[in-house]
Design a protein around this ligand. Sequence first.
Ligand SMILES: *Cc1c(COP(=O)(O)O)cnc(C)c1O
Length: 415
Amino acid sequence: MLSAIAKSDPQVYELIVAEKLRQENCIRLIPSENYVSQAVMDATGSCFTNKYAEGYPGKRYYEGQQFTDQAENLAIERAKKVFSADGANVQPHSGSFANMAAYCALAAPGDTIMGLALPHGGHLTHGWKVSYTGKFFKSVQYELDTATGRLDYNKIADLAKQHKPKILISGSSAYPRAIDFKAFEDIAKSVGAFHVSDMAHIAGLIAGGVHMSPIPYSDVVTTTTHKSLRGPRGGMILFKEQHAAAVNKAVFPGLQGGPHIHTISALAVCMGEALTPAFKTYAAQIVANAKRLAAKLMEYGFNLVSGGTDNHLMLIDLRNKNLSGKPFAKALDRAHLECNYNSVPGDTAGPFNPSGLRLGTPATTTRGMKEPQMELIAAWIKTVAENIDNEAAIDKVGKEVMALCKQFPIKESFV
Ligand SMILES: *Cc1c(COP(=O)(O)O)cnc(C)c1O
């Protein structure tokens, strides 16, 4: 496929080749990122990109849907099976659109929604003020307990009683602990709210059976498909049968036009992979790797928010280290250790140079790295922290990282 780009547009071709090499030669620790299989990659680049398919299988507005209908139905049926859900909408172009569609399905503009605040690990689309979810709806935000770094279900319940939201949102982009979706459901029920769970980060762990599923405890579940789930970039909504019509109408014609059938067919491939025993092993190893990385970092004197991790990610609180997030993340990147700076609960440093660093294990685990490699990574992170102004030392770590990357090449297939 790339040979056509090489011939017709060498400029873009070179960028793709350079990015591929970059992804090969660094240890990617951003918890929302992964490497997809070649099968998923091939499907996203298929001729389905040429086809318009507004509507849903069996109810389209254009002819020529002999194969689009089958592709979308395959993705839906497999997604329902992976997550034991009543229904699925596989059309959202991203996690953000999936959330907007869920809110539009269950609430009207001006209604109150309640989600986790962005600086405490919530997503922009959980009602943060710069997001349209925070403009179209009246937004109330709950926060973590800054002493423990954990969700405080009693405080969330009190806030819900006070504000009576139409929708209570659970889920996070930076929470290192297990989420009790049943506790959220109980709170939502007690105030007559709908419960929307956003499992974007942990969908792969849920598919692999190593995190509580939100499906039995939620009206609607939203997710991205490209994070720990290891599929193409996109979004998906799972729902209880009684919400099927509202959710489907909210996605199309409510928010979107034509679905991206090339992405949807790649999602079908991803869901096929998620149904294999190998995916269960993968999900369990993600968590085992995160636990080992966290334990080693703590041994080296790094403070982790909440004192560890239950899932695929951890947040280092750098406030005891005389380091701040951005320069540290940049130094790590020079050493081929890719991660992102992040706010920590109670951070006063502001969003452009916050006091935390967010690390996760889905991508390294996809490459086949296990606990011994996590120990190497922790030691490298320590070395960079101690040599933040020493380019020779950072360079030396970078070479060691590249040598490890050579031992764990990007795989084409996981099944
Ligand atoms: C990543 C993420 C999203 C948004 O996904 P996009 O595809 O980037 O729009 C939504 N919710 C949560 C919790 C996320 O982590």
